[in-house]
Design a binder for this molecule. Structure first.
Ligand SMILES: NC(=O)c1ccc[n+]([C@@H]2O[C@H](COP(=O)([O-])OP(=O)(O)OC[C@H]3O[C@@H](n4cnc5c(N)ncnc54)[C@H](OP(=O)(O)O)[C@@H]3O)[C@@H](O)[C@H]2O)c1
Length: 306
């Protein structure tokens, strides 16, 4: 298959592109800079220069491909406090890619998230059949899935908040490590029993490929290997890696100062099942789990995330 991949130069892309190539697919990656183009070319894929907000070009690229994986996201806008801007750009990009494939029955696989459900108050273990009428990231997921009725084999792949591996340089775990290093302390909220689901980047990449190859139209899938790692265990592993004292509960009035932009998420309980995804795709995780990755040097020898 000739696959057009947005976000090919990013964290997930750095695993998805090699996995697709190894499986015999041809890949063209979207690059918004010379640096991204060089990264994509090094991985063995072809480069298409362009930006997420060039909707005509996105639509053309989708039309010319046999399938699309959309991973790009304006995390840079999020970093500037413009989450609404990042969400809007994502929504328009998903729509353009979907219209490019309309009536073709070709696959469009899009990265989504599990955390938006917990943030909106979903209680209990999140499953692939759970949906919400709208909200951050969920609007794009719903828009995507609706395009199944227009002849696009759509699949939303919900990622957990922690996608970890030696390829992860700027995700939530490197951020937590950098904050703990800066403050000479690791911590958690309440008793730290709240759970974050997790997946290894290399296992997540196989979910995207298998969804591209075989997911039924309108699928909602979970690239989740671990249903929920207690946050206090993550904090303890970070403390061990940085040779800090055991993590302690953080007083509520200090959570914002201690956890920066992650303040609203560190106390979130987001247990998530991937059982349906394993059955539908015949997928099972093979790579190290989160605490195994946190027991290696990788996360503790990185520079601070930008
Ligand atoms: N990693 C996680 O832990 C995690 C967890 C949950 C959900 N997700 C979601 O999974 C998806 C992939 O995440 P990731 O970790 O791979 O993100 P990432 O490492 O930040 O990569 C983002 C990619 O998007 C590209 N991009 C950003 N703005 C663009 C624009 N205006 N035009 C064209 N390309 C643009 C970037 O290109 P440059 O190389 O030029 O920057 C990069 O290739 C995102 O939707 C993310 O929100 C990730």
């Amino acid at each position: 298959m000739h696959v057009f991949v947005t976000g090919a130069s990013g964290h997930l892309g750095s695993a998805v592109v090699p996995d697709l190539l190894a499986a015999g697919h041809h890949v063209t990656g979207l690059a918004r800079s010379e640096q991204a183009a060089a990264t994509i070319a090094r991985s063995g894929a072809s480069v298409r220069h362009g930006r997420l907000d060039d909707l005509e070009s996105l639509q053309d690229a989708a039309r010319e491909a046999d399938g699309v994986i959309h991973l790009a996201f304006r995390h840079d806008l999020m970093g500037q406090g413009d989450y609404a801007g990042a969400l809007g750009e994502d929504l328009r990009a998903v729509e353009a890619l979907a219209w490019g494939l309309a009536g073709s029955d070709k696959p469009l696989v899009v990265a989504a998230g599990t955390v938006p459900f917990a943030v909106q108050g979903h209680a209990g273990v999140l499953t692939e059949t759970d949906t919400l009428p709208g909200g951050a990231r969920i609007d794009a997921e719903n828009l995507l899935v609706a395009h199944a009725a227009r002849g696009v084999r759509t699949a939303a792949v919900r990622l957990p908040p922690v996608v970890h591996s030696h390829l992860d340089r700027v995700g939530f775990v490197p951020t937590l490590v950098a904050l703990a290093r800066e403050q000479h302390a690791a911590g958690f909220v309440g008793d730290g029993a709240n759970r974050w689901p997790a997946v290894n980047t290399l296992d997540a990449a196989r979910v995207f490929r298998r969804a591209l190859e075989s997911a039924p139209a309108g699928s909602r899938l979970h690239a989740v290997a671990e249903e929920g790692v207690p946050f206090r265990d993550i904090a303890a592993a970070i403390a061990r890696g940085l040779h800090l004292p055991d993590p302690q509960p953080v007083a509520l009035h200090e959570v914002e100062a201690r956890f920066s932009f992650l303040a609203g998420l560190v106390g979130v309980d987001n247990p998530t099942s991937g059982a349906h995804t394993r059955t539908v795709l015949g997928w099972s995780p093979e790579h190290p789990d989160l605490l195994e990755d946190l027991a290696t040097a990788h996360y503790f020898t990185l520079g601070d995330p930008a």
